[in-house]
Structures are given as structure tokens and as C-alpha cells.
Design a protein around this ligand. Structure first.
Ligand code: ARG
Length: 459
């Protein structure tokens, strides 16, 4: 016996290959809770509008509740013959209560149904992800606070550039996550529109109360155009874009953790519980977790490009191509959630090596810009000061010395303006202290940034 919800027009059975290729039940079973939630709201509305009777609605609602319980326990075989979760639930309903169950689909199509289910699913995921981002931000701020006294080299082009506070570096990621959180919250606004009532594409002949369904399901508003509502997957693309940017940020942080934990840098150590070893090299302690986060970024980008490509040539309205949205969305949700959780825990397993960081900030002419600024303070133009310090760096390199290791006489050889006070000026700590301007790495400003972040996070 066929289980098809569209069997009437067909004389025989569907080819097995077609069933297998066409079916989405293998993945869209994940929408079952949303599918049932949407069906219950639709059913209550049908009764209120007297399209079905109250008794019929009660029967349907009770049976849907039972089906939900059975699906929660994983009691349905996810047979390809069911095609998708919408058909499966409807079939289960009719099996339970007979013909009355067949009334549920009045004024509805799987086209508006699937758009609804995916919106509900994504909305749930968005709320969870916003919360996970917040937890990662809390860990970052705590890490910044715990390591407030530490400085490190800041880099451009992966070359040592200027000393910065470790806390300042960490808070850069706090800012990125803050923008990510904003982006995901923007997605909530756009996902929160009810498509149900659009039916197949043209709306319905029944007197549906769409506002009622919208209220019941917690939507902000109903969709304006039935053809757009069943064709639109922008909200999935928004999600995949926000996810891609978030993953890019997590990947950059991961990359830094990998580099910092290398012997070459030795800036941090990651606790053993969060590292792995090698099957052949007994000495290895590898940072697999940040590497995996970095690696998984690629698949999320892939989903964004895949769905953009799937959508680009589709004429209005629904086309089966759009069934491809789900695996992309589900995998992106899983990836983003697990990466945020792993990153949060990983950040709690990091210890900074203060001495090594400080030494690195003292070597490599990180205060050269400060020295140029010092000369500007003595009345030299910045361009000339830059030139002078460049020559001093060259000289120091030849002598195999740092700038602060040059004698005053050696320095005076480059300009008479240099005085004894230059040595204090060349301390990396004083370099930080001079940067207490808005957005700078000065300790006073960074302390304020931490306080502000904690306030935002309600800590
Ligand atoms: N499984 C389908 C999807 O995910 C549900 C909508 C099917 N609609 C249709 N007219 N075949 O897109």
C-alpha cells in the first residue's frame, strides 16, 4: 500500500529509486516537533473558523500529542516511503483517528508547511546560539580579567609590531562575538514571519485566520505575499551567513591558539584534557580542538555557497531544489553549536606563560614606534623621526642589541634630541601606559573595557 499523500492521481507504485532519491525523511525528521507544533496551531485555527468542528479538532490535537510522544521516543521507522516528515505525521494521524485526520491539511500545502517548520526550527536554534555566544563571551572576559597583568607582542604581517595587553588581544574577540550576536539577533527578526496560509502558492479559498496562527506560534507578523512566502529561503541564507562570519572569527582565534601553543611561540599551554597525542611520536601534545574548529569553518562556508547556488536560478514558486536547504541548515546549526561549546570550554583550559610573553614583547624593536613618537615630542617631524629610528634599528641589528641596550652616546649619534629619559620611555610597560586613549591597549582603558563588557553580560 502506498503511503503517498498525493497517491490519487497515480495508477501504480513509485519506483524504488525515485522514493529513495526524493525522500527527505532521512534528515527532515528533525523538524518533527516544529511540524506538530505548527499543525496544532493550524488545527485550532480551523476549529475557531468553523472549518472543522471542535470535536474533530480535539481528536486531531490529542492524536498529534500522542504522535509527538512516540516520535520523542524514536518510535517511527524513518522509511523512505514516507517521503518527508509532513507525510509521516499525517499518515500517523490518519492511522490513529481515521478520516478525521485527513481534515488537518485543509487550507494548507506542504509548501507553506515546510517553510513554517524550517522557520520554527531556525528560530529555536537562533535563541540557543545567541545564548552560546554569550557564554563564550563570558569566558573570554574572565580570561582577560585573570591575565590582566600580562603583556605580549602584537603583530602585523605576523611580524612583531607593538606591545599589547593579553587582555586587549582577547577582548578583540569579545567584540567580534558581540557583532556575531547582533547578526544572529537580526536573523530572529527576519525569521519570525508566519508563512502558513500561503498554501501551495496562491493562498487559500478557506477563511483562514492567519493572525491567530501567527500569535499562537509567537511570530511577529504574517507574510505579505503568498508566492514569496513559499519561495523564500533568505532566512536560511541569513543564518548561514551569520554562521559563516562567526565561524571565521572562531577559526581565527583557533589559529592563534594553535600558533601560541607551538614550541616556537610558547605563549600558552592547553591542558592535557583538551589535547591529543600521536600514535607514533611519543612526545606529541597536539591542539586538535582548535584545529578542528578551524577545519569545520570550511563546511559552513560550503553550505552558504551551496544554498545560494541552489536558489539562484529558481523560478517562483516552490521547486523541489529547495529541499536541499535542510541538510545545510541542520549541519550549520550542529557545527556552530558544537564549535561554540568547545571553544568556550577550551578557553577555560588555557594558561598564559607570562614570562615568555613579556620577554617576547621586549625583543624585536616593538617600541620603535614609541621612540619615533618620543622624538616628535622633542620637536622633530614624524617622518624625520621615523627615518632616524629606522637607522637606529639598523645599527642595533648590526650590534645584535635591542634599542634599550644602546648607550646614550650611541643614540645621540643619531640625534642630539635624545635624552636620558628615553630609557624609561622604551620600557614596554610605559608604551602601554601611553595608550590610555579610547580603543587603545592602555591598562586603564582595557580595565574599563572589561568592566563595560561585564556590564553588558550582566556579570
Ligand atoms: N520535503 C519537501 C521539502 O523539504 C517538503 C515540501 C514538499 N512540497 C512539494 N510540493 N513537494 O522541501
Amino acid at each position: 500500500m502506498t503511503r503517498k499523500v498525493w497517491g490519487g492521481r497515480f495508477r501504480g507504485e513509485t519506483d524504488a529509486l525515485v522514493n529513495k532519491f526524493n525522500a527527505s525523511i532521512g534528515f527532515d525528521w528533525r523538524l518533527y516537533a516544529q511540524d506538530i507544533e505548527g499543525s496544532m496551531a493550524h488545527c485550532r485555527m480551523l476549529a475557531k473558523q468553523e472549518i472543522i468542528s471542535d470535536d474533530e479538532a480535539s481528536l486531531i490535537l490529542e492524536a498529534l500529542g500522542e504522535i509527538k510522544g512516540e516520535l520523542d521516543k524514536g518510535q517511527f521507522p524513518l522509511d523512505d516511503d514516507y517521503e518527508d516528515i509532513h507525510s509521516l505525521v499525517e499518515k500517523a494521524l490518519v492511522d490513529k483517528i481515521g478520516a478525521v485526520g485527513e481534515k488537518l491539511h485543509t487550507g494548507r500545502s506542504r509548501n507553506d508547511q515546510v517553510a513554517l517548520d524550517v522557520r520554527l526550527y531556525e528560530r529555536d536554534a537562533l535563541y540557543r546560539i545567541v545564548e552560546l555566544i554569550k557564554e563564550a563571551q563570558i569566558t573570554l572576559v574572565r580570561l582577560a580579567e585573570d591575565n590582566f597583568d600580562l603583556m605580549m607582542p602584537g603583530y602585523t604581517h605576523m611580524q612583531r609590531a607593538q606591545p599589547v595587553l593579553v587582555a586587549h588581544h582577547l577582548l578583540a574577540y569579545f567584540e567580534m562575538l558581540k557583532r556575531d550576536s547582533e547578526r544572529f539577533r537580526e536573523c530572529i527578526k527576519r525569521v519570525n514571519v508566519l508563512p502558513l496560509g500561503s498554501a501551495a502558492l496562491a493562498g487559500s479559498t478557506f477563511d483562514l485566520d492567519r493572525e491567530m496562527v501567527s500569535r499562537e506560534l509567537g511570530f511577529d507578523r504574517i507574510s505579505e505575499n503568498s508566492m514569496d512566502a513559499v519561495s523564500d529561503r533568505d532566512f536560511v541564507l541569513d543564518f548561514l551567513f551569520a554562521s559563516s562570519v562567526l565561524m571565521m572569527h572562531l577559526s581565527r582565534l583557533s589559529e592563534e591558539l594553535v600558533i601560541w601553543s607551538s614550541q616556537e611561540f610558547g605563549f600558552i599551554s592547553i591542558s592535557e584534557a583538551f589535547c591529543t597525542g600521536s600514535s607514533i611520536m611519543p612526545q606529541k601534545k597536539n591542539p586538535d580542538l582548535p584545529e578542528l574548529i578551524r577545519g569545520k569553518t570550511g563546511r559552513v562556508y560550503g553550505h552558504l555557497i551551496a544554498l545560494l547556488t541552489t536558489m539562484k536560478g529558481l523560478p517562483l514558486t516552490y521547486n523541489k531544489d529547495m529541499q536541499e536547504d535542510k541538510e545545510a541548515l541542520f549541519d550549520a546549526v550542529d557545527t556552530v553549536e558544537s564549535c561554540l561549546e568547545v571553544m568556550r570550554q577550551l578557553l577555560g583550559e588555557i594558561s598564559f606563560k607570562g614570562e615568555r610573553l613579556k620577554k617576547s614583547a621586549e625583543e624585536g624593536f616593538l617600541v620603535a614606534t614609541d621612540l619615533a613618537d618620543y622624538l616628535v615630542g622633542k620637536g622633530i617631524t614624524f617622518r624625520e623621526a621615523h627615518e632616524i629610528v629606522g637607522k637606529m634599528v639598523l645599527f642595533a641589528l648590526e650590534q645584535e642589541k635591542e634599542l634599550h641596550e644602546l648607550t646614550l652616546d650611541e643614540m645621540k649619534h643619531f640625534t642630539r634630541q635624545i635624552k636620558q629619559d628615553v630609557y624609561e620611555w622604551l620600557e614596554p610597560a610605559s608604551s602601554l601606559d601611553r595608550r590610555n586613549m579610547p580603543g587603545g591597549t592602555g591598562p586603564e582603558v582595557v580595565k574599563k573595557s572589561i568592566a563595560k563588557a561585564k556590564q553588558e553580560l550582566k556579570l
